[in-house]
Design a protein around this ligand. Structure first.
Ligand code: ZN
Length: 154
C-alpha cells in the first residue's frame, strides 16, 4: 500500500517515524547495514566534489543536489544553474565564484526558488509567514514616514 502522490507518502513516512522513534531507528539501522557500501560511496563522492569548493564556501551543483536529495528535496538542474543569477526577491547577483541559496518549503520539501543569504534568512526569521512579512513591510513603510504613521505633524 502506498500513496500515489510522493509528497503525501513522504509526509506520512515522516509522521510515522516521529510517532515510532524506536521502530524508525531500528529500520534505519537495518537499511544502513544493508546499503552501507552504497551510502558510504555516495557520501565519499559528495565529499570529493566539495573538497575544493568547501574552502570557497561554494558547493558544486552535483554535490548540492546530493545533499538536498538526502533530505527528500529534488532540485532541478536548471534551478542549480540559476544559483549564479539574481536573487528571486531582491535581484542581487552573487559575487564572482559564489552562488545563492536554493530555498525550499520545509513542510512540503518543494523547491521555491533562488535567494541571496539575506532574503533566505529574512524569510526564516519571519517563520515563512506571508502575513508577518506583509505586516513587517507595512511597519517599515509607516515608520519611515515623517510622522511615523501617526497622522500628527512630525
Ligand atoms: Zn535577496
Amino acid at each position: 500500500m502506498g500513496f500515489a502522490d510522493p509528497e503525501k507518502q513522504r509526509a506520512y513516512n515522516k509522521a510515522w517515524g516521529e510517532q515510532n522513534r524506536d521502530k524508525q531507528r531500528a529500520a534505519n539501522n537495518r537499511c544502513y547495514a544493508k546499503n552501507r557500501a552504497e551510502i558510504l560511496a555516495t557520501r565519499k563522492r559528495a565529499r570529493e566534489l566539495n573538497r575544493d569548493a568547501r574552502n570557497e564556501k561554494q558547493r558544486t551543483d552535483e554535490a548540492t543536489a546530493i545533499r538536498f536529495k538526502r533530505s527528500g528535496v529534488v532540485v532541478p538542474s536548471e534551478t542549480l544553474v540559476r544559483r549564479r543569477g539574481p536573487c528571486d526577491i531582491c535581484s542581487v547577483v552573487p559575487a564572482p565564484g559564489k552562488v545563492h541559496h536554493v530555498d525550499h518549503d520545509h513542510a512540503s520539501n518543494r523547491v521555491r526558488g533562488i535567494l541571496c543569504v539575506h532574503c533566505n534568512h529574512g524569510l526564516g526569521h519571519f517563520r515563512d509567514s506571508p502575513s508577518a512579512l506583509r505586516r513587517a513591510a507595512e511597519y517599515v513603510e509607516r515608520a519611515s514616514r515623517d510622522d511615523f504613521g501617526t497622522g500628527e505633524p512630525a
